[in-house]
Design a protein around this ligand. Structure first.
Ligand code: PMP
Length: 365
Protein backbone atom coordinates (compact mmCIF):
# COMPACT_ATOMS: atom_id res chain seq x y z
CA UNK A 1 0.00 0.00 0.00
CA UNK A 2 1.44 3.40 -0.95
CA UNK A 3 0.82 7.04 0.01
CA UNK A 4 -1.56 7.88 2.82
CA UNK A 5 -3.86 4.93 2.30
CA UNK A 6 -4.59 3.05 5.51
CA UNK A 7 -4.56 -0.66 4.61
CA UNK A 8 -7.34 -1.52 7.03
CA UNK A 9 -8.99 -4.92 6.71
CA UNK A 10 -12.60 -5.31 7.80
CA UNK A 11 -12.87 -8.54 5.83
CA UNK A 12 -13.92 -11.88 7.36
CA UNK A 13 -10.56 -13.49 6.57
CA UNK A 14 -7.82 -12.83 6.04
CA UNK A 15 -7.89 -10.45 8.98
CA UNK A 16 -5.24 -8.03 10.30
CA UNK A 17 -2.40 -9.47 12.39
CA UNK A 18 -1.10 -8.29 15.77
CA UNK A 19 2.54 -7.06 15.69
CA UNK A 20 3.74 -10.08 17.71
CA UNK A 21 2.32 -12.40 15.04
CA UNK A 22 3.84 -10.39 12.18
CA UNK A 23 7.21 -10.48 13.96
CA UNK A 24 7.05 -14.26 14.32
CA UNK A 25 6.44 -14.59 10.57
CA UNK A 26 9.76 -12.91 9.87
CA UNK A 27 11.91 -14.99 12.26
CA UNK A 28 14.47 -17.46 10.82
CA UNK A 29 12.82 -20.66 9.63
CA UNK A 30 13.18 -23.70 11.91
CA UNK A 31 13.57 -27.20 10.53
CA UNK A 32 10.39 -29.11 11.27
CA UNK A 33 12.08 -32.21 12.70
CA UNK A 34 13.79 -30.47 15.61
CA UNK A 35 13.18 -30.12 19.34
CA UNK A 36 12.70 -26.38 18.91
CA UNK A 37 9.91 -26.79 16.38
CA UNK A 38 8.36 -29.71 18.30
CA UNK A 39 8.00 -27.52 21.36
CA UNK A 40 6.20 -24.76 19.45
CA UNK A 41 3.99 -27.25 17.62
CA UNK A 42 3.00 -28.98 20.86
CA UNK A 43 2.12 -25.64 22.46
CA UNK A 44 -0.08 -24.79 19.45
CA UNK A 45 -1.99 -28.09 19.67
CA UNK A 46 -2.43 -27.83 23.44
CA UNK A 47 -3.58 -24.21 23.21
CA UNK A 48 -5.95 -25.12 20.37
CA UNK A 49 -7.53 -27.73 22.65
CA UNK A 50 -8.21 -24.94 25.14
CA UNK A 51 -9.69 -22.72 22.41
CA UNK A 52 -11.93 -25.55 21.19
CA UNK A 53 -12.85 -26.29 24.85
CA UNK A 54 -12.07 -29.96 24.33
CA UNK A 55 -10.01 -32.86 25.60
CA UNK A 56 -10.10 -34.42 22.11
CA UNK A 57 -7.15 -34.86 19.80
CA UNK A 58 -6.38 -31.87 17.58
CA UNK A 59 -4.65 -32.31 14.21
CA UNK A 60 -3.09 -29.62 12.05
CA UNK A 61 -2.35 -29.55 8.32
CA UNK A 62 -1.00 -26.83 6.06
CA UNK A 63 -4.13 -25.90 4.13
CA UNK A 64 -6.93 -23.37 4.15
CA UNK A 65 -10.33 -23.94 5.77
CA UNK A 66 -11.70 -25.74 2.74
CA UNK A 67 -8.88 -28.27 3.17
CA UNK A 68 -10.11 -28.88 6.72
CA UNK A 69 -13.66 -29.37 5.37
CA UNK A 70 -12.50 -31.84 2.70
CA UNK A 71 -10.33 -33.70 5.21
CA UNK A 72 -13.40 -34.27 7.40
CA UNK A 73 -15.38 -35.71 4.50
CA UNK A 74 -12.69 -38.14 3.31
CA UNK A 75 -11.68 -39.25 6.81
CA UNK A 76 -15.18 -39.90 8.15
CA UNK A 77 -17.06 -41.48 5.27
CA UNK A 78 -17.00 -44.43 2.86
CA UNK A 79 -18.52 -44.82 -0.61
CA UNK A 80 -22.32 -45.12 -0.37
CA UNK A 81 -22.55 -43.55 3.10
CA UNK A 82 -25.46 -41.26 3.91
CA UNK A 83 -24.61 -37.73 5.03
CA UNK A 84 -26.75 -34.71 5.82
CA UNK A 85 -25.84 -31.08 5.23
CA UNK A 86 -27.84 -28.27 6.83
CA UNK A 87 -26.91 -25.30 4.69
CA UNK A 88 -27.43 -21.70 5.78
CA UNK A 89 -25.27 -20.14 3.08
CA UNK A 90 -22.37 -20.52 0.67
CA UNK A 91 -20.23 -22.56 3.07
CA UNK A 92 -22.97 -25.07 3.79
CA UNK A 93 -23.35 -25.43 0.03
CA UNK A 94 -19.59 -26.01 -0.11
CA UNK A 95 -19.90 -29.01 2.24
CA UNK A 96 -22.52 -30.44 -0.13
CA UNK A 97 -20.23 -29.80 -3.12
CA UNK A 98 -17.28 -31.54 -1.42
CA UNK A 99 -19.41 -34.57 -0.54
CA UNK A 100 -20.66 -34.77 -4.14
CA UNK A 101 -17.11 -34.40 -5.50
CA UNK A 102 -16.27 -37.54 -3.54
CA UNK A 103 -19.15 -39.46 -5.10
CA UNK A 104 -21.61 -39.21 -2.20
CA UNK A 105 -25.24 -38.07 -2.47
CA UNK A 106 -25.87 -36.00 0.65
CA UNK A 107 -29.32 -35.03 1.85
CA UNK A 108 -29.29 -31.23 1.87
CA UNK A 109 -31.74 -29.19 3.91
CA UNK A 110 -31.41 -25.44 3.93
CA UNK A 111 -32.71 -22.09 5.11
CA UNK A 112 -33.18 -18.92 3.16
CA UNK A 113 -29.93 -16.94 3.39
CA UNK A 114 -29.80 -14.87 6.57
CA UNK A 115 -31.86 -17.34 8.62
CA UNK A 116 -30.41 -19.79 11.14
CA UNK A 117 -30.75 -23.58 11.07
CA UNK A 118 -33.63 -24.95 13.17
CA UNK A 119 -33.15 -27.86 15.57
CA UNK A 120 -36.67 -29.27 15.04
CA UNK A 121 -36.23 -29.28 11.25
CA UNK A 122 -32.91 -31.12 11.66
CA UNK A 123 -34.53 -33.64 14.01
CA UNK A 124 -37.32 -34.30 11.48
CA UNK A 125 -34.83 -34.79 8.64
CA UNK A 126 -32.79 -37.24 10.71
CA UNK A 127 -35.91 -39.25 11.56
CA UNK A 128 -36.44 -39.67 7.81
CA UNK A 129 -32.79 -40.54 7.18
CA UNK A 130 -31.97 -42.95 9.97
CA UNK A 131 -28.79 -44.22 8.30
CA UNK A 132 -27.12 -40.81 8.32
CA UNK A 133 -23.48 -41.23 9.39
CA UNK A 134 -22.54 -37.56 9.71
CA UNK A 135 -24.29 -34.19 9.91
CA UNK A 136 -22.42 -31.18 8.54
CA UNK A 137 -23.08 -27.71 10.02
CA UNK A 138 -21.57 -24.22 10.11
CA UNK A 139 -21.43 -22.29 13.38
CA UNK A 140 -21.35 -19.06 11.42
CA UNK A 141 -21.94 -18.97 7.67
CA UNK A 142 -19.69 -16.11 6.65
CA UNK A 143 -21.58 -15.53 3.41
CA UNK A 144 -24.49 -13.99 5.31
CA UNK A 145 -23.27 -13.38 8.87
CA UNK A 146 -25.77 -15.83 10.35
CA UNK A 147 -25.12 -17.62 13.66
CA UNK A 148 -26.34 -21.20 14.08
CA UNK A 149 -27.12 -22.53 17.57
CA UNK A 150 -24.69 -25.45 17.59
CA UNK A 151 -25.61 -26.49 21.13
CA UNK A 152 -29.27 -27.00 20.15
CA UNK A 153 -28.46 -28.53 16.76
CA UNK A 154 -25.96 -31.03 18.21
CA UNK A 155 -28.51 -31.99 20.90
CA UNK A 156 -31.10 -32.61 18.15
CA UNK A 157 -28.67 -34.91 16.35
CA UNK A 158 -27.86 -36.84 19.55
CA UNK A 159 -31.55 -37.26 20.40
CA UNK A 160 -32.60 -38.44 16.95
CA UNK A 161 -29.75 -40.45 15.42
CA UNK A 162 -26.33 -42.04 15.84
CA UNK A 163 -24.77 -39.61 13.38
CA UNK A 164 -21.69 -37.68 14.33
CA UNK A 165 -21.80 -33.88 14.36
CA UNK A 166 -19.26 -32.06 12.18
CA UNK A 167 -19.03 -28.31 12.70
CA UNK A 168 -17.27 -25.84 10.43
CA UNK A 169 -16.03 -23.28 12.94
CA UNK A 170 -13.67 -21.72 10.38
CA UNK A 171 -14.96 -18.18 10.86
CA UNK A 172 -16.16 -18.49 14.45
CA UNK A 173 -13.55 -20.22 16.61
CA UNK A 174 -11.99 -17.97 19.27
CA UNK A 175 -14.53 -15.28 18.36
CA UNK A 176 -17.94 -16.87 19.13
CA UNK A 177 -18.68 -18.90 22.25
CA UNK A 178 -17.99 -22.56 21.47
CA UNK A 179 -17.81 -25.57 23.82
CA UNK A 180 -16.89 -28.63 21.79
CA UNK A 181 -17.17 -31.23 24.55
CA UNK A 182 -20.09 -29.76 26.51
CA UNK A 183 -22.15 -29.29 23.34
CA UNK A 184 -21.45 -32.81 22.03
CA UNK A 185 -19.64 -31.79 18.85
CA UNK A 186 -17.64 -34.68 17.31
CA UNK A 187 -15.52 -32.86 14.75
CA UNK A 188 -14.75 -29.14 14.79
CA UNK A 189 -12.85 -27.55 11.93
CA UNK A 190 -11.10 -24.24 11.72
CA UNK A 191 -8.41 -22.23 9.95
CA UNK A 192 -5.77 -19.74 11.02
CA UNK A 193 -6.80 -16.52 9.28
CA UNK A 194 -9.89 -15.33 11.18
CA UNK A 195 -10.55 -15.49 14.91
CA UNK A 196 -7.14 -17.13 15.38
CA UNK A 197 -5.41 -13.90 14.28
CA UNK A 198 -2.82 -15.56 12.03
CA UNK A 199 -2.07 -15.46 8.31
CA UNK A 200 -4.01 -17.87 6.06
CA UNK A 201 -2.56 -21.35 5.62
CA UNK A 202 -3.14 -23.56 8.68
CA UNK A 203 -6.12 -25.88 9.05
CA UNK A 204 -7.14 -27.57 12.31
CA UNK A 205 -9.52 -30.41 13.15
CA UNK A 206 -10.53 -31.50 16.65
CA UNK A 207 -11.89 -35.06 16.64
CA UNK A 208 -13.85 -36.93 19.32
CA UNK A 209 -13.30 -40.62 20.14
CA UNK A 210 -16.73 -41.40 18.66
CA UNK A 211 -15.66 -39.79 15.38
CA UNK A 212 -12.29 -41.56 15.54
CA UNK A 213 -14.01 -44.95 15.26
CA UNK A 214 -15.41 -43.75 11.91
CA UNK A 215 -11.94 -42.52 10.90
CA UNK A 216 -10.60 -46.03 11.40
CA UNK A 217 -13.10 -47.56 9.00
CA UNK A 218 -13.65 -44.73 6.47
CA UNK A 219 -12.78 -45.83 2.95
CA UNK A 220 -12.99 -42.70 0.79
CA UNK A 221 -9.63 -42.27 -0.99
CA UNK A 222 -7.15 -39.87 0.59
CA UNK A 223 -3.44 -39.35 0.98
CA UNK A 224 -2.30 -35.85 2.02
CA UNK A 225 -5.27 -35.43 4.35
CA UNK A 226 -5.25 -38.91 5.93
CA UNK A 227 -5.83 -38.07 9.61
CA UNK A 228 -4.34 -41.39 10.75
CA UNK A 229 -0.97 -40.34 9.33
CA UNK A 230 -1.12 -36.99 11.17
CA UNK A 231 -2.13 -38.76 14.36
CA UNK A 232 0.86 -41.13 14.17
CA UNK A 233 3.28 -38.19 13.85
CA UNK A 234 1.93 -36.54 17.00
CA UNK A 235 4.04 -38.76 19.28
CA UNK A 236 7.19 -37.21 17.82
CA UNK A 237 5.57 -33.71 17.98
CA UNK A 238 5.70 -33.60 14.20
CA UNK A 239 3.52 -33.49 11.11
CA UNK A 240 4.01 -36.17 8.43
CA UNK A 241 4.93 -33.64 5.73
CA UNK A 242 6.71 -30.27 5.82
CA UNK A 243 4.36 -27.90 7.64
CA UNK A 244 4.12 -24.13 7.14
CA UNK A 245 6.69 -23.66 9.93
CA UNK A 246 6.65 -19.86 10.01
CA UNK A 247 2.92 -19.90 10.39
CA UNK A 248 3.04 -22.40 13.22
CA UNK A 249 5.43 -20.06 15.07
CA UNK A 250 3.07 -17.17 14.33
CA UNK A 251 0.08 -19.22 15.53
CA UNK A 252 1.85 -19.83 18.83
CA UNK A 253 2.20 -16.05 19.31
CA UNK A 254 -1.46 -15.45 18.42
CA UNK A 255 -2.57 -18.18 20.84
CA UNK A 256 -0.46 -16.61 23.61
CA UNK A 257 -2.30 -13.33 22.96
CA UNK A 258 -5.66 -15.11 23.05
CA UNK A 259 -4.70 -16.67 26.39
CA UNK A 260 -3.59 -13.30 27.72
CA UNK A 261 -6.92 -11.71 26.79
CA UNK A 262 -8.68 -15.00 27.78
CA UNK A 263 -11.09 -16.88 25.58
CA UNK A 264 -14.05 -15.25 27.32
CA UNK A 265 -12.38 -11.90 26.73
CA UNK A 266 -12.11 -12.67 23.00
CA UNK A 267 -15.80 -13.65 22.81
CA UNK A 268 -16.75 -10.49 24.69
CA UNK A 269 -14.58 -8.28 22.49
CA UNK A 270 -16.24 -9.67 19.35
CA UNK A 271 -19.72 -9.22 20.83
CA UNK A 272 -19.01 -5.62 21.86
CA UNK A 273 -17.81 -4.75 18.33
CA UNK A 274 -20.87 -6.51 16.86
CA UNK A 275 -23.17 -4.34 19.02
CA UNK A 276 -21.22 -1.28 17.99
CA UNK A 277 -21.56 -2.14 14.29
CA UNK A 278 -25.27 -2.92 14.53
CA UNK A 279 -25.84 0.40 16.33
CA UNK A 280 -23.95 2.19 13.53
CA UNK A 281 -26.13 0.47 10.92
CA UNK A 282 -29.33 1.42 12.75
CA UNK A 283 -28.17 5.04 13.14
CA UNK A 284 -27.62 5.19 9.39
CA UNK A 285 -30.98 3.63 8.55
CA UNK A 286 -29.36 0.44 7.21
CA UNK A 287 -31.11 -2.89 7.69
CA UNK A 288 -29.22 -5.94 9.02
CA UNK A 289 -29.24 -8.86 6.60
CA UNK A 290 -29.30 -11.80 9.01
CA UNK A 291 -32.31 -12.37 11.24
CA UNK A 292 -30.01 -14.36 13.55
CA UNK A 293 -26.81 -12.32 13.32
CA UNK A 294 -23.39 -13.59 14.35
CA UNK A 295 -20.92 -11.59 16.42
CA UNK A 296 -18.07 -12.09 13.97
CA UNK A 297 -19.65 -10.30 11.06
CA UNK A 298 -22.46 -7.87 10.32
CA UNK A 299 -24.17 -8.17 6.95
CA UNK A 300 -25.94 -4.93 6.04
CA UNK A 301 -28.44 -4.41 3.21
CA UNK A 302 -27.67 -1.44 1.00
CA UNK A 303 -30.40 1.03 0.02
CA UNK A 304 -31.88 0.58 -3.48
CA UNK A 305 -29.83 2.35 -6.07
CA UNK A 306 -26.49 1.82 -4.32
CA UNK A 307 -24.07 -0.37 -6.25
CA UNK A 308 -22.20 -1.98 -3.36
CA UNK A 309 -19.50 -3.57 -5.50
CA UNK A 310 -18.32 -0.31 -7.05
CA UNK A 311 -18.64 1.54 -3.73
CA UNK A 312 -16.40 -1.01 -1.98
CA UNK A 313 -13.91 -0.97 -4.89
CA UNK A 314 -13.72 2.83 -4.59
CA UNK A 315 -13.20 2.67 -0.82
CA UNK A 316 -10.33 0.22 -1.29
CA UNK A 317 -8.78 2.21 -4.15
CA UNK A 318 -9.05 5.64 -2.52
CA UNK A 319 -8.68 4.84 1.18
CA UNK A 320 -7.09 1.40 1.45
CA UNK A 321 -9.96 -0.03 3.50
CA UNK A 322 -11.18 -3.54 2.56
CA UNK A 323 -14.82 -4.37 3.25
CA UNK A 324 -16.37 -7.57 1.89
CA UNK A 325 -19.05 -7.59 -0.80
CA UNK A 326 -22.03 -9.96 -0.74
CA UNK A 327 -21.47 -13.35 -2.31
CA UNK A 328 -23.24 -14.88 -5.34
CA UNK A 329 -26.74 -13.40 -5.67
CA UNK A 330 -26.08 -10.94 -2.85
CA UNK A 331 -23.15 -9.34 -4.68
CA UNK A 332 -23.57 -5.56 -4.71
CA UNK A 333 -26.68 -5.79 -2.51
CA UNK A 334 -25.18 -6.31 0.93
CA UNK A 335 -21.84 -5.48 2.51
CA UNK A 336 -20.18 -7.64 5.14
CA UNK A 337 -18.31 -5.86 7.92
CA UNK A 338 -16.16 -8.23 9.99
CA UNK A 339 -15.28 -7.62 13.64
CA UNK A 340 -13.38 -10.76 14.57
CA UNK A 341 -9.80 -11.39 15.69
CA UNK A 342 -7.56 -8.33 15.80
CA UNK A 343 -10.04 -5.98 14.08
CA UNK A 344 -10.48 -2.98 16.38
CA UNK A 345 -12.94 -0.18 17.04
CA UNK A 346 -10.72 2.43 15.28
CA UNK A 347 -10.59 0.12 12.22
CA UNK A 348 -14.40 -0.01 12.23
CA UNK A 349 -14.65 3.78 12.67
CA UNK A 350 -12.47 4.28 9.59
CA UNK A 351 -14.68 1.91 7.61
CA UNK A 352 -17.88 3.57 8.85
CA UNK A 353 -16.59 7.03 7.88
CA UNK A 354 -15.70 5.81 4.38
CA UNK A 355 -19.12 4.21 3.95
CA UNK A 356 -21.04 7.22 5.33
CA UNK A 357 -19.25 9.57 2.94
CA UNK A 358 -20.28 7.48 -0.09
CA UNK A 359 -23.80 6.71 1.10
CA UNK A 360 -24.44 10.41 1.74
CA UNK A 361 -23.34 11.19 -1.83
CA UNK A 362 -25.84 8.66 -3.22
CA UNK A 363 -28.63 9.93 -0.97
CA UNK A 364 -27.96 13.54 -2.01
CA UNK A 365 -28.03 12.67 -5.72
N1 PMP B 1 -16.11 -22.08 6.16
C1 PMP B 1 -16.38 -20.83 6.54
C2 PMP B 1 -17.51 -20.60 7.50
C3 PMP B 1 -15.62 -19.77 6.05
O1 PMP B 1 -15.88 -18.52 6.44
C4 PMP B 1 -14.56 -20.03 5.15
C5 PMP B 1 -13.70 -18.90 4.60
N2 PMP B 1 -14.35 -17.73 4.32
C6 PMP B 1 -14.33 -21.35 4.77
C7 PMP B 1 -15.11 -22.34 5.31
C8 PMP B 1 -13.30 -21.70 3.78
O2 PMP B 1 -12.05 -21.37 4.21
P1 PMP B 1 -10.84 -21.07 3.21
O3 PMP B 1 -11.22 -19.89 2.38
O4 PMP B 1 -9.75 -20.81 4.21
O5 PMP B 1 -10.63 -22.29 2.41
Amino acid sequence: MTGTKKNIMLTPGPTPLPPEVLAALSRPILHHRTEAFGEIFQFVLDAMRRVYMTKNRVLMASASGTGAMESAVVNLLSPGDEALVYSTGAFGDRFAAILKAHGLSPTVISEEWGHAAKADKLAAALKQHQKTKAVFLQQTDTSTGVLNDIKALAAAVRANSDAIVVVDAVSSLAAEEFHMDDWGVDVALTASQKGLMNAPGLAFAAISERAWTLVQSARLPKFYFDWKTYDKSLKARETPYTPAVAMVAAQAEALKLIEKISLKGMWKRTAVLADYTRAWARKNGLELFATDPAHILTGVRLPDGVDGSSMLAEILREEGISIADGQLNLKGKIIRIAHMGYISKPDLDAGFAALEKRLAKVQAA
